[in-house]
Design a protein around this ligand. Structure first.
Ligand code: NOJ
Length: 567
C-alpha cells in the first residue's frame, strides 16, 4: 500500500437508503437518528465509507432526489442537529460520510423553480430550460420528441401558457441549466456549506446529464408508439459536462480535499469515463457505471419467460475486464452489485433457494476485484426482491409507477406487469432493512412505506445471522476484514489481474499476481459444475462449503460454491 494513498483506496463502502434503513422516532420512516443508532453495527461489519442517499428537504416524489431546499434536512429524517451528530458520531468511529448531491435537477417545489414560474423575467428562470411548445391546429405539442428516463416526454407544459420546462426524470424534477454560470455558483455554495460542516465527499447524482444538446432538435432515431424517442445522447455525457466539473473541482472540491464519485450510468464506455476520473487529469475521483448490474437479460424483459432470464457469466466477465483494463493504475474504480436503483442482486444473479451460498459467492467476487467495493444495505444478510402482489405495491417509486402506466396503455395485464416488476423494479431493493425476527423486523414501531419482505421471519435478518457462525453476515464481516488487510488490499489494487478460464460459461474466476497470488473462484449456477485448476493452493482464505471437492486438478463446484485462495 502506498503511504500517501487516498483513503478510499483502503475502504469498503456501504450504501444506505435512509427511508427504509432504521426508524429512530417511530413514525414508520427511517431517519438520521436511526442511522446513528446503527453506526456501531456498521463499524463492526467493517465498512468505513458510507454513501447515504439524499437527506435534504423534499416532497419525496422521487424519494429525496427531488430536493426543495438544499440547506435543510428533510424533516422526515431529522434536523440539522441530527445531521451534525451523525457526522460527529461517524467520524468518532472512523467512518466517512459521503452525501448524495443532486445537482442535475431540483424539485418543482424548490423556491428557484417557483420563482422561475411566477416571474419569467427573474434570474431563476434562466436556471431551468423553458422552451415554447409547437402549435399544430388547436393542439400544443412539446418543443421536441425526446423521451426521458421515467417513461414520459422530457417536457411538461406550464399550465395556461405555451411554455414547457424540461425534466429528464419525473415532471416534479425540472432539470437545471449548468451552462448558466450563476446557477453553477449556487451549487458550489451548497457544496461548500456541507464540506464546512464536515462531510467527506459527495456522490454526484445523475452527473452524466448536466449538459444538454442546446439545439433541442428532435431526434431522428426510431420513435415509440407515442412518437417519443429515447435518445440519451441528447442529454448524457456531452463534452461540456467535463468543463463544468473541472470548474467545480477547482473552486470547491480540490481546496476542500473532498472525495467525489459520480453517477455516469449506462451509455458511457470505460475510456470515456476515464475523462472524468483519470487520477491526473479527471475532475472527480471515481464513476459508478451500470455495466455489471444487468447481465441477466432482465432489463426491459416484460415479454420474456423466466427461463430466458439467467446470468450471462461471460458478459459479466467482459464488463468487469473492460473497466479493469481501462482503469487499472490510471483511475480508481467503485464496485457494486446493487443500489437503490436496481433489483436485489441476490434475485438478479443469486438464488433464494441457495441464499446462503449465493450471497457469499457474490460478496467474494465483488470484494476482491480491483476497486473500492460498495455494499448495499441488506446485501450482507442476503435480502432478496420484495415479492409484492400487484403493481400498486411498487408505486412508492415514481419511475416504476410511470412504467406501469405506460405498460398498461400498451395492453399488458396487471398479472404480466406484476411478474415483470417482481424481477426488475428498483422498489425491490427499497423494502425495510431486516434487523431481527420480531415485529416489523426491528425496523421501527410501524412501517409507513414499502411493505416488508416476510422472509425476515426465516432467518433473513441481522440478529439471527449474528448468532450463526455460518451465516451470510458473518461471512461478510470476515471477508471485509480480509479485504482490508494491508497485504491483501495491496495485491488487489496493484497486482496484475486476469480472468481464469475466460470461456467457462458458469464460473467467474480471477487471479491477482502480486507478492502473493490471490485467486477467486465462484460458480454462478444453481447446479454442479467443474473447474480445472493447476495452481498449488497455499491457503483457503474464504470458502462457502464445509469440504473441498478437488481431484486430478478439477474442482467439483456445488451450487454457488466460491473460494478465495492464496496460491
Ligand atoms: C439517480 C438516482 O440514483 C435515482 O434514484 C434517481 O431517481 C435519479 N438519479 C434522479 O435523481
Amino acid at each position: 500500500m502506498e503511504n500517501n494513498a487516498p483513503f478510499w483506496n483502503d475502504s469498503v463502502g456501504y450504501i444506505i437508503y435512509p427511508e427504509t434503513f432504521c426508524d429512530g422516532n417511530g413514525d414508520g420512516v427511517g431517519d438520521i437518528p436511526g442511522i446513528v443508532s446503527k453506526l456501531d453495527y456498521l463499524k463492526e461489519l467493517g465498512v468505513n465509507l458510507l454513501w447515504i442517499c439524499p437527506l435534504f428537504a423534499s416532497p419525496m416524489d422521487d424519494n429525496g432526489y427531488d430536493v426543495s431546499d438544499y440547506y435543510k434536512i428533510n424533516p422526515l429524517y431529522g434536523t440539522e442537529e441530527d445531521f451534525k451528530k451523525l457526522l460527529e458520531e461517524a467520524h468518532k468511529r472512523g467512518l466517512r460520510i459521503v452525501v448524495d448531491f443532486v445537482l442535475n435537477h431540483t424539485s418543482d417545489e424548490h423556491p428557484w423553480f417557483q420563482k422561475a414560474l411566477s416571474d419569467p423575467s427573474s434570474p431563476e428562470r434562466g436556471y431551468y430550460f423553458f422552451r415554447k411548445g409547437v402549435r399544430q391546429g388547436d393542439q400544443l405539442l412539446p418543443p421536441n420528441n425526446w423521451k426521458g428516463f421515467f417513461s414520459t416526454s422530457v417536457w411538461e407544459n406550464v399550465e395556461g401558457t405555451d411554455d414547457f420546462y424540461m425534466h429528464i426524470f419525473s415532471k416534479k424534477m425540472p432539470d437545471v441549466d449548468w451552462s448558466n454560470p450563476e446557477l453553477r455558483q449556487r451549487y458550489y455554495e451548497i457544496a461548500r456549506h456541507y464540506l464546512d460542516m464536515g462531510v467527506d465527499g459527495f456522490r454526484l447524482d445523475a452527473l452524466a446529464h448536466l449538459a444538454k444538446d442546446l439545439s433541442f432538435a428532435s431526434s431522428s432515431l426510431p420513435a415509440d408508439e407515442n412518437g417519443l424517442v429515447y435518445d440519451t445522447s441528447r442529454f448524457s455525457n456531452r463534452p461540456e459536462v467535463l468543463d463544468y466539473l473541472l470548474e467545480f473541482k477547482k473552486e470547491v472540491l480540490a481546496p476542500k480535499h473532498a472525495f467525489s464519485i459520480g453517477e455516469v450510468g449506462g451509455g458511457v464506455s470505460p475510456e470515456e469515463a476515464l475523462r472524468y476520473c483519470d487520477r491526473q487529469s479527471g475532475p472527480i475521483n471515481m464513476v459508478f457505471n451500470f455495466d455489471t448490474a444487468w447481465c441477466n437479460g432482465a432489463y426491459g424483459s416484460i415479454d420474456k419467460n423466466d427461463e430466458e432470464i439467467f446470468t450471462d457469466v461471460l458478459e459479466l466477465k467482459r464488463n468487469f475486464m473492460r473497466w479493469y483494463d481501462a482503469c487499472h493504475e490510471k483511475a480508481d474504480m467503485p464496485l457494486y452489485w446493487c443500489n437503490h436503483d436496481h433489483p436485489r442482486v441476490l434475485s438478479q444473479y443469486g438464488s433464494t433457494k441457495y441464499r446462503n451460498e449465493s450471497a457469499k459467492a457474490l460478496a467474494t467476487i465483488l470484494l476482491f476485484f480491483y476497486g473500492t467495493p460498495f455494499i448495499y444495505n441488506g446485501d450482507e444478510i442476503g435480502m432478496s426482491n420484495a415479492e409484492y402482489a400487484k403493481p400498486e405495491d411498487f408505486f412508492r417509486d415514481v419511475s416504476t409507477k410511470n412504467e406501469v402506466l405506460s405498460l398498461r396503455a400498451r395492453g399488458y395485464s396487471d398479472a404480466q406487469i406484476t411478474h415483470y416488476l417482481c424481477r426488475t423494479s428498483r422498489a425491490n431493493a427499497r423494502t425495510p432493512m431486516q434487523w431481527n425476527h420480531e415485529e416489523n423486523a426491528g425496523f421501527g414501531k410501524k412501517i409507513a412505506v414499502n411493505a416488508l419482505n416476510e422472509n425476515y421471519k426465516e432467518g433473513v435478518n441481522v440478529l439471527d445471522q449474528m448468532k450463526d457462525p455460518w451465516s451470510i453476515i458473518n461471512f461478510f464481516q470476515y471477508a471485509i476484514l480480509k479485504r482490508r488487510e494491508p497485504e491483501i488490499n495491496d495485491i488487489v489494487l496493484h497486482g496484475k489481474l486476469h480472468i481464469l478460464d475466460f470461456n467457462h460459461p458458469d464460473v467467474l474466476a480471477y487471479m491477482h499476481e502480486g507478492k502473493e497470488n490471490l485467486v477467486v473462484i465462484a460458480s454462478l449456477r444453481p447446479y454442479e459444475t467443474y473447474f480445472s485448476f493447476y495452481h498449488m493452493i497455499r491457503d483457503v482464505v474464504l470458502h462457502n462449503y464445509g469440504d473441498v471437492l478437488l481431484k486430478d486438478h478439477v474442482f467439483t463446484l456445488r451450487p454457488f460454491e466460491c473460494f478465495l485462495l492464496k496460491v
